[in-house]
Design a protein. Structure first.
Length: 353
């Protein structure tokens, strides 16, 4: 295993869903007694993210074999990473499911599969749970099962959903209450672009540049102004795969809006939005080459930013190997901040210790 200058925890990696392995966990209602229905050759378990195919990006990543648990462990060794916390790929479109009953079943099946095929094989790969936000009662139940029975440290709130609600809406408050009771982290992970106004763009490069940060900005703004972090001060939420450079901009932007209109439109707030963002509830991931990182640390702080590999998406495997050494070599980031970003903050967010 490679030795880095600092211990490393990967706060956001990905698995690639294997439908043939997940289907048996769906139950006979969907797959029949043999566990392998004919429809599985035609239809996906999850909705399309947005109509853009990701096949070209997957092929450019250099993947020749299915990235299973063994491949993940070998990648951790190559990079000198102690542990990773993995998110879905196709499952990032989970929020676009229209059938609440199916959302409950596929979340249960996915989480069970992730535990059986990854977490049971190694303590170095920890799964993040899908929870059926389409049915809040069932979402709370699945959170409890994922944390207490499966040992999953966090749950995903899909960045785009079919419910027509931001995560500041009161209907989601039971999820936040349960997360605080369980001491379980939540994460909003970018990817789908449906309904965000990108339909007239004809280049996936343009869509990809926007599809991760825009929904995060929407949900953070909605959650702060609707008082989520005032009502649930122990809540921990990560806004992932958009880097960290957007955070100071939103701190200023939201503070300005609050100063002008806050008393009328944000009656729950007792502090400025930036104070809630810096309070310890909000976390973000960082790209190792982000030029604005020193500025983010100055305004947002160094305690709630963590390293994310994003493996195995979009890049050849060998390109990932340089990310950690490049971050360790930066002269514009202190040694203390590097240690926190590479391990301590992810440990705190996910409660890995």
């Amino acid at each position: 295993m490679r030795q880095n200058a600092y211990p490393v925890i990967d706060g956001d990696g990905h698995i690639m869903e294997n439908a043939s392995e997940i289907m048996p966990f769906l139950g006979e209602k969907y797959v029949g007694s043999d566990g392998q229905p004919a429809w599985a050759r035609m239809y996906s378990l999850f909705p399309s993210l947005d109509g853009w195919t990701r096949l070209s990006n997957m092929s450019s990543s250099g993947l020749r074999d299915y990235p299973d648990c063994d491949m993940w462990v070998s990648f951790l060794d190559d990079c000198g990473i102690d542990r990773t916390v993995v998110y879905p790929t196709a499952g990032l479109g989970f929020g676009l499911i229209q059938d609440p009953a199916y959302s409950v079943n596929i979340a249960h099946a996915y989480n069970t599969w992730l535990h059986e095929y990854y977490m049971k094989h190694t303590p170095r790969v920890l799964g993040v749970a899908l929870i059926p936000i389409h049915s809040i009662e069932d979402a709370v139940k699945e959170m409890r099962r994922a944390k207490e029975e499966l040992g999953m440290p966090a749950a995903v709130l899909p960045s785009v959903n079919s419910l027509g609600k931001g995560y500041g809406h009161e209907s989601f408050f039971p999820i936040y209450e349960e997360a605080c009771k369980l001491d379980m982290a939540l994460a909003i992970h970018g990817a789908p672009s449906r309904g965000l106004g990108f339909d007239y763009l004809d280049s996936f490069a343009e869509v990809h540049a926007l599809e991760h940060p825009i929904p995060l900005l929407i949900h953070l703004t909605n959650m702060v102004f609707q008082g989520v972090y005032e009502l649930f001060p122990d809540l921990r939420v990560a806004y992932l795969e958009a880097g960290a450079g957007w955070v100071p901009f939103m701190m200023d932007r939201m503070d300005e809006g609050y100063e002008r209109r806050g008393k009328k439109w944000a009656p729950r707030l007792k502090h400025s939005p930036s104070q809630y963002i810096k309070s310890g509830s909000v976390y973000v991931s960082v790209e190792s080459e982000e030029r604005t990182l020193p500025y983010v640390i100055e305004l947002f702080g160094e305690d709630h930013i963590f390293f994310a590999s994003d493996y195995p998406h979009e890049r050849p495997r060998q390109e990932y190997l340089k990310d950690i050494p490049e971050l360790c070599a930066r002269e514009d980031v202190s040694d203390t901040a590097k240690r926190k970003i590479l391990a301590d903050n992810a440990n705190r967010f996910y409660r890995l210790n």
